[in-house]
Design a protein around this ligand. Sequence first.
Ligand code: SIN
Length: 311
Amino acid sequence: MDYTTKIANTTFDHLFINAAGVYCQTAEQLDQIQEAEAVAAVMTKSATAELRLGNQEPRYAAFPDQHNTINSMGLPNLGLDYYLNYVLKSHLKRPTIFSVVGLSQTEIVANLKKLQASNYTGLAELNLSCPNVPGEPQIAYDFQTTDEILKQVFAFYDKPLGIKLPPYFDLAHFDQIAKILNRYPLAYVNSINSVGNGLVIDPKTDKVVMRPKDGFGGLGGAQIKATALANVRALRLRLRPEIKMIGTGGVTCGRDVFDHLLCGADLVSVGSQLAIEGPTVFARLEKELEAIFTEKQITSLDQVCGKLKIF
Ligand code: SIN
């Protein structure tokens, strides 16, 4: 299968990227991803201006079924300069996507100004959806602030930029966020971040499984697939066709990838299953997807992407 896909100035020859989640913090992890088979691009951990330790441990747990997770990482990262240094390295095998975050509007703008002034010309992603910073709301649930940030950013940022959204649950919210996003020259929308503020209890101890936020954290893995598909589908139907989509959430097997494609994803990102299985997950997913294509006699991505059938 020819997986060639283009978003803005970047051409990808596979479908899979890592989510800016729990397995992309260090150069070692990023190197492992870019060396892995079937990888389209390497996404850096969402960077704040300075190094950030994130929340106290334990802050991540995989469920016994090995297909679901909860995390409250709290954006631990090595700082913007560290990831800038990484993506500017000349020997990288794969394209990169530079994930940027900020704990205030001022920090977001300052971080993107730094990226704008740098030699980095690849894709960047603005993370407006982390549920795990104590005391901080998920920005993209506040439509007015999201609009203000995008207005401020696109007044100076002229390199390709995508946005990472939280899940929405009301059709009215899809209408509202799409109306805002359609006003800006976004390269893509990445949907969804983890489903915020779930709670998992260990039956052996009757205790929450994570320390930060008294156990509340972002859910990932199989349990969020239906929500992720609904978000990709609902946004694909509402966004301008030039805005590409990265589908994230609930990808544990080839069929999950196929479903994201049906809903309109151009690339598919993997968070929980990457943390559980490691970077060999991408080759397994591609192999399982190929088997589905063969069985259904599908020879081109155009036959699948956005082709979900309804009654
Ligand atoms: C985290 O660092 O808390 C996870 C990543 C995110 O939710 O954006």
